[in-house]
Design a protein around this ligand. Sequence first.
Ligand code: SAM
Length: 221
Amino acid sequence: SEYAKFDSVNAWIETSLVKQDASLASCLEANATAQLEDIDVAPNEGKFHYLLAKMNKVKRVLEIGTLGGYSAIWFAKAVAPVGGKVITLEFEPEHAKVARSNIANAGFADVVEVRVGKALDTLKKMREDGEEGFDYVFIDADKSNNAGYLKYALEFAHVGTVIVVDNVVRQGKVLEDKDAHSEGQRKAFEFLKGEKRVECTALQTVGPKGWDGFAVAMVVE
Ligand code: SAM
């Protein structure tokens, strides 16, 4: 397939530059054993988030969509050395269970907190409870709620907060399809377009999961 070349180049990028450690590799193995869908970020994207977090001296990360904790472990690696914290939100108790085990196995039980429930409910509760703000927000759950997640991301943000929305291209389906995910991503773009507190761009990517992309926003006021 046309993706075969993407796979080979990605494998080359990963073996030369990314080098997952044992805890990340065993996280993916445990996810497969638990039959979680293989929809974690790719290793090179995980490392990209890790670097972006370090570049911005991020301490507090909010992640929406935990799955087995793979991206959360990358974030933990970035913030643990500076005494930071990752709060990750997951709807499926079974995913959260696998994630907590992977996170503990990676040595980050004290760094990452997995909160179970519908993310919009958890975020509402966090606001009511006066949760501290975040320096980095990664949105990677049910795309149909992305505009809602972005609103909360801004509530918990300060000038300089980085917000990343994953899977905004979806093999180009985002422009054509009427499914809830594509519509959700288009609404997310509409929201970002109308929000003067952020500056944004989006990049298209190719890789083992085909043609996709992510949007990056920075809070500027
Ligand atoms: N960020 C993870 C990684 O890279 O390792 C992958 C997350 S996966 C793409 C999306 C996750 O969002 C799934 O585990 C799914 O159960 C969860 N999810 C779906 N709807 C949700 C909701 N309303 N609230 C919280 N989590 C939700």
